[in-house]
Design a protein around this ligand. Structure first.
Ligand code: ADP
Ligand code: MG
Length: 685
């Protein structure tokens, strides 16, 4: 379509609309210059024209070209937020949402949470009357559809980072295509860092032509337009290791140090996989930087869960005479752009979700990245001048073994949460839903089975009332939501909500290499014989009794920020519970009812200790998988006969995290249908 091929349409842009801003100080003016230097700035008129004339516009542009931060502002300036409308921009990642929203607020010279705001799960920094540009995760936008199925307050929805094809992005695209048929005035922008966008374009192109009674005028073309923003990346020279590295953490550290030793300036961006290895690398490099010639290093982590101050450090200009080393998850691959990066160190791995519908086990595992990812990562080195990328894998491996594209998330995820959301939106025939890419039938069937066993779906695979609808309302894993609902009957909603809040935080303990022993000892102060869930209640009580003191946390190896966050989540869950008619009630010291409520949500994760096991081996009741209690659990080595777990992690074995002991008779109470017909009576002994 128009402007598809060359610069043709991009030359005629109108005069800069921001010449004189009376309130702007010196800082703003220079931000303005930065904005105008971004590649998308030249495409402003073209983008606005396409959005005006097409229902769907696909914009492909290299990372850092200004798609995320600029396009919503262009739309606002062109009037798309008038008449009370809001411009939405979705991101797969929470940290990216926070970061770009605060950047855009800064560029516009407004207070974050007013004209520009953001929403992520459990954190809503928007104002209903004032917010005109709203950044949000794709998951949150899906949730908003439960209250407003046509998303009627939005005039334009920009689905960003579409090349990532996150599970929620895919579901969102399917639903937006449906909404478009009902709302021809709605505009979609789908933006992507790679040409992968082609398949999305095909998906939208098959959209049926609008046949409503409205007049033909003003109806935009339903053919999607594609616009490619020419970036201006510099050349990046690629280096490979000669022999495969066995310890990528060690290899990372020595590569960074040798880049630093070579002397020439420029910041370094390192791709590792998650908080654990990032923290470890930061510690190793920080130790090095305190000795001798390594003093110029300023080592910073980047992963979700960082405090605002830590995030800001990453984006702040590198002090003179220093070299910034940012050690990141793949969030810096395309979601966030750091200025000044000249060197990239690529471990070749990232954390990825893999779900096996046969065993019903979902794991977050460290897995090799794809060639497409490797290219993106390398590209981050060429932003300000020619750069260098050091790959911690052999060229042979890159060429012959690395897969071209990763597996789509929808094909490697547990679909329980997605299915329940689609059901709640009235999509009854889930298998017939118009997916951008179809999920595996096994995963789909497994999800239906689990929801049926939880009593969320009935025999006709429709949401049950009220349970099914209530579970769908709570923005948590359905098993946790079910546990909260059950707490109402057991009169322990206060306790169960506390547990749910803490389970939604990654970890409340401070763990650092070398302090494991002390942490174990400290945990004993809180440890409950019933397991981790009850231990959380003890920690929570202690924290409240200490008057939410950070000193107390420090003394007890408890992460103060995590606890504060848990309190916030807890407050929100209490509000949701009240809305659903759950009475807020404490069971005081009757812990048994709490355990029964937890079992009502997690009965499907029951495990039994192998009768003659000497090494603490359990088998899951449902699928007879071998599993073990994770060393971080207070029940590690205690090995009660019957337990349920919250999640599994796999390293050398399958480990259960957050474990609670149960009485097996509760299983039948909680889910008679599940435990009577399934297997030849697993609870007989
Ligand atoms: P794209 O979405 O095309 O990858 P962005 O709009 O995210 O590009 O980035 C455009 C520019 O804005 C980049 O130069 C980037 O460095 C800058 N930027 C984005 N977010 C921040 C932030 N939080 N702090 C400082 N600069 C930022
Ligand atoms: Mg972006």
């Amino acid at each position: 379509s128009l402007l598809d091929d060359e610069e043709g349409g991009v030359l005629f842009y109108s005069a800069s609309p921001f010449s004189s801003s009376s309130s702007s100080g010196y800082g703003l003016a220079s931000l303005e210059k930065q904005r105008q230097r971004l590649p998308v700035f030249k495409y402003r008129t073209a983008i606005l024209y396409l959005v005006e004339t097409h229902a769907t516009t696909i914009i492909v542009g290299e990372t850092g070209s200004g798609k995320t931060t600029q396009i919503p502002q262009f739309l606002k300036e062109a009037g798309w937020a008038e008449g009370g409308h809001v411009i939405a921009c979705t991101q797969p990642r929470r940290l990216a949402v926070q970061s770009v929203a605060s950047r855009v607020a800064e560029e516009m010279g407004v207070k974050l949470g007013e004209e520009v705001g953001y929403t992520i799960r459990f954190e809503d920094i928007t104002n209903t009357d004032l917010t005109r540009i709203k950044f949000l995760t794709d998951g949150v936008l899906l949730r908003e559809m439960m209250d407003d199925p046509l998303l009627s307050k939005y005039s334009v929805i920009m689905v960003d980072e579409a090349h990532e094809r996150s599970l929620s992005t895919d579901i969102l695209l399917g639903l937006l295509k449906k909404i478009q048929r009902r709302r021809p005035e709605l505009r979609l922008i789908i933006s992507s860092a790679t040409i992968e966008a082609k398949s999305i374009s095909a998906f939208f192109a098959t959209s049926k032509r609008h046949q409503g009674p409205e007049s033909e005028e003003d109806v935009p073309s339903t053919e999607p337009a594609i616009l490619s923003v020419e970036g201006r990346g510099f050349n990046v020279e690629i280096f490979y290791v000669e022999d495969p590295v066995s310890d990528y953490l060690q290899a990372t550290v020595s590569t960074v140090l040798s880049i630093h030793d070579q002397g020439s300036m420029g910041d370094i961006l390192v791709f590792l996989t998650g908080q654990d290895d990032i923290d470890a690398a930061v510690r190793l490099l920080t130790e090095e930087s305190q000795i001798g010639r390594k003093q110029g290093l300023m080592v910073l982590p980047l992963y979700s869960g960082l405090s605002r101050a830590e995030q800001d450090l990453v984006f702040s200009p590198t002090p003179r005479g220093k070299r910034k080393v940012v050690i990141s998850t793949n969030i810096a691959e395309t979601s966030l752009t750091l200025e000044g990066i000249v060197y990239v160190v690529d471990s070749g791995f990232s954390k990825q979700r893999f779900y096996n519908p046969i065993s019903d086990i979902e794991n977050l595992v460290v897995a090799p990245i794809s060639k497409a990812s490797a290219r993106q990562r390398a590209g981050r080195a060429g932003r300000v001048r020619p750069g260098k990328c050091y790959r911690l894998y052999a060229e042979e491996y890159f060429l012959k073994e690395m897969s071209a594209q990763g597996i789509l998330e929808i094909q490697r995820s547990n679909l329980v949460s997605s299915v329940i959301q689609l059901k709640a939106l009235g999509i009854d025939n889930i298998l017939g839903f118009d997916w951008p890419a179809s999920p595996s039938p096994e995963a789909m069937i497994r999800a239906l089975e689990i929801l049926y066993s939880l009593g969320v779906l009935d025999n006709d695979a429709k949401l049950t009332s009220p349970d099914g609808f209530q579970v769908a309302e709570i923005p948590l894993d359905p098993m946790i939501s079910k546990m909260i609902l059950a707490s109402n009957q057991f009169g322990c909603s206060e306790e169960v909500i506390t547990i749910a809040a803490i389970l939604s935080i990654q970890s409340i303990w401070i763990s650092a290499r070398g302090t494991e022993k002390e942490l174990d000892e400290v945990k004993l102060r809180f440890a409950a014989a019933e397991g981790d869930h009850v231990t959380f209640l003890n920690v929570y009580k202690g924290f409240i009794r200490s008057n939410k003191s950070s000193k107390w946390c420090h003394k007890n190896f408890i992460n103060y920020h995590a606890m504060k966050k848990a309190l916030e989540v807890r407050e929100q869950l209490r509000r949701i519970a009240q809305r659903l008619g759950i009475a807020l009630k404490s069971c005081e010291s009757d812990i048994q009812v709490v355990r029964k409520a937890v079992t009502a949500g997690f009965f499907a994760n029951a495990c039994r200790l192998e009768p003659y096991s000497h090494n603490g081996m359990y088998k899951t009741v449902r699928t007879s998988q071998e599993v073990y209690i994770h060393p971080s659990s207070v029940l590690f080595r205690v090995n009660p006969k019957w337990v349920i777990y919250n999640s599994l992690v796999s390293t050398d074995r399958q480990y259960m995290r957050n474990v609670m002991s149960i009485d097996p008779s509760w299983l039948r109470e909680a889910a008679p249908h599940f435990y009577q017909h399934q297997r030849p009576n697993p609870i007989a002994h």
